[in-house]
Design a protein around this ligand. Structure first.
Ligand code: GRF
Length: 208
């Protein structure tokens, strides 16, 4: 079997998307290796998940560095040391700077809990409710220098129900995130994502 491609996962919190990725790998449906999990928060539960899965994990805190650039250089160095080819943002609550994004251009993915370009930024589920949207969902996209503005890889719609709260809508979206993110990473690992400007096309699998 060919050597598995290596991903690095950046987290800040509970890490349910990280868990979905680890579960897909364990189930044999996602042929990648997680080389490292990096958290900017020492108390992120995601670190515990990495530990339990036997994945190398590291805390890189912003406050340990003089500026944002030095902080991101430390993350960059750790990713490179782990031979990471794709950076997966999974609930990483920081905006990466231009230098980092340019260095990793086309090799950083994010998942956002809304159908972009609707409701970018923080509290996307609350934004969808406040707007009165009838449909929301989640988006996996490549990261560019803007906020939630890079080329869209996959999207999944979910209904917004009349009695939804932020919690119930978030839960419905999260269930889809856990399916969509491993799928997008699998397409990347199989070399099937072709980016042309803003458009990402998915090449047919050799098996299809
Ligand atoms: C998810 O809703 C994701 O879309 C957003 O942050 C949340 C992370 O959740 N970017 P988790 O840490 O993966 O559980």
């Amino acid at each position: 079997m060919a050597e598995r491609r290596v991903i690095g996962v950046l987290v800040s919190g509970r890490g349910s998307n990280l868990q979905a990725i680890l579960d897909a790998i364990a189930a044999g449906t996602l042929p990648v290796r997680v080389g490292i999990v990096i958290s900017d928060k020492a108390n992120a539960y995601a670190l515990e998940r990495a530990k339990q899965a036997g994945i190398p994990h590291l805390v890189v805190e912003r406050k340990a560095y003089a500026d944002k650039q030095a902080f991101e250089q430390a993350i960059d160095a750790a990713l490179r040391a782990a031979s990471v080819e794709l950076v997966v943002l999974a609930g990483f609550m920081r905006i990466l700077g231009s230098e980092f994004v340019r260095a990793w251009s086309g090799r950083v993915m994010n998942i956002h809990p809304a159908l972009l370009p609707s409701f970018p930024g923080l509290d996307a589920q609350a934004q969808a409710l406040a707007y009165g949207a009838k449909i929301s969902g989640c988006t996996v996209h490549f990261v560019d220098e803007g906020v939630d503005s890079g080329p869209v890889i996959l999207q999944q719609a979910v209904p917004v129900l009349p009695d939804d709260t932020e919690e119930t809508l978030s839960e419905r979206i999260l269930a889809q995130e856990h399916r969509l993110y491993p799928e997008a990473i699998r397409l990347w690992a199989e070399g099937r994502l072709i980016v042309s400007g803003r458009r990402v096309t998915i090449e047919a699998s050799e098996k299809e």
